[in-house]
Design a protein. Structure first.
Length: 399
């Protein structure tokens, strides 16, 4: 069956991880895949998750299917994170939420739903964006277009160019926005800039679709949802794909959600009917465990407080690694201003390293970085930071 068919290309990021695993160099460092690591280079299970799982183990009575939309307690708590416990969107019933298999699953469900009712729409993505965005929405049938975002020369947001493109996008097209901790650049919009983008969306009539994979990894749960709140205040239609992979460490539980916000509760009820029909023919029902863990933590004040503390520890460690990387490069006499790395938020940084430098680091130092120079700061530890800084300094000295 497959003898005359070429193999599909290896995924750039997961292929990098496979190569890393096969590397025999004891000093190897993986700065590619977007997974949080602690200072011992492990991806930990949060203590609050362990406590929640113990509660579930004791109380769980069945492994029967969840509803198509998932556990309603899970959905209610997702909405509290997105809009605040007293948010108007919640009190008015303008939002509906379904449990999806990870943030990627939420994006795909949202894509399939939008394609059904906007068959001629284009999907606009930032330049650059997470590589899998293109695959997800191409496969959903969308023609893709790009809006300006990152300026490689200033290593910052090119906001004027971004707005200039957003103002040309026609009504009915869909604009995918990173709610916080932009992947891959780490460069985010300010509250004032979010207000402007939201205003443009209402004026022009395009549909905002926010990818919210890193809530709490930027500044805080509340600060990171600034963009969501700006769109909610307009009373218009928009979608949010969110995930607990990073902030609860539930990577392999595939715990995500798709939230659809409409001008009225009646319209959101119609949206829910169609999103359930969309889910039914893809995976039918969501996986239970991760959602039940999240719902247990978010609805238990003691576990919720513990989670916020552990989330803060992860966020602070990433910020500390940003500072250590900049400090290490400066101490090694490298020319240039690296302060942009400190200003970025979340797990990722556009390092500015060229493709040649990235390739040299992999071949000669077993330091694995994604081809575009994106670094996962969480892959840095107190044990490997000097090795990485030495490697980068040596690589740049040869150029």
């Amino acid at each position: 069956m497959w003898q005359d068919i070429e193999a599909a290309p290896v995924d750039a990021i997961f292929g990098l991880t496979d190569a890393f695993k096969k590397d025999q160099n004891p000093e190897k460092v993986n700065l590619g895949v977007g997974v949080y690591k602690d200072d011992d280079n492990n991806t930990p299970i949060l203590n609050c998750v362990k406590f929640a799982e113990a509660i579930l183990l004791e109380k769980e009575k069945s492994k029967s299917y969840l509803p198509i939309s998932g556990d309603p307690v899970y959905a209610a708590n997702v909405q509290k994170l997105l809009f605040g416990e007293t948010g108007e969107v919640i009190s008015s019933g303008r939002a509906v939420t379904v449990h999806a298999p990870g943030g990627t699953g939420a994006l795909r469900v949202g894509g399939d739903l939008l394609k059904k009712f906007y068959p001629e729409a284009k999907m606009w993505i930032s330049s650059p964006t997470w590589a899998n965005h293109k695959g997800v929405f191409n496969t959903a049938g969308f023609e893709l277009a790009e809006y300006a975002y990152y300026n490689a020369e200033t290593k910052d947001l090119d906001f004027d160019a971004m707005v200039a493109v957003l103002e040309t996008i026609p009504a009915g097209d869909v604009v995918l926005l990173h709610a916080c901790c932009h992947n891959p650049s780490g460069v985010d919009l300010s509250p004032e800039q979010w207000a402007k983008v939201a205003s443009v969306s209402k004026e022009k009539g395009w549909v905002p679709f926010l990818d919210f994979a890193y809530q709490g990894f930027g500044e805080s749960i509340e600060a990171d949802r600034c963009g969501i709140e700006q769109f909610a205040a307009l009373g218009e239609d928009f979608l949010v794909a969110s995930s607990f992979s990073k902030n609860l460490g539930l990577y392999n539980e595939r715990t995500g959600s798709l939230t659809i916000v409409s001008p009225t509760a009646e319209e959101s009820a119609v949206a829910m009917s169609h999103v359930k029909a969309t889910i039914r023919v893809i995976y039918s029902n969501p996986p239970a465990h991760g959602g039940l863990v999240a719902a247990t933590i978010l609805s238990n004040p003691e576990l919720y407080s513990q989670w916020l503390g552990e989330l803060g520890d992860m966020r602070d460690r990433i910020k500390a690694m940003r500072l250590a990387l900049v400090d290490g490069l400066v101490k090694r006499g490298l020319k240039g201003d690296f302060s942009y790395i400190i200003k970025q938020r979340g797990m990722f940084s556009f390092s500015g390293l060229s493709a040649d430098v990235v390739a040299w680091l992999r071949e000669n130092k077993s330091i694995y970085i994604v081809g575009g120079g994106r670094i996962n700061l969480a892959g840095l530890t107190s044990g490997n930071i000097d090795y990485v800084c030495d490697g980068i300094a040596e690589a740049l000295s040869k150029r």
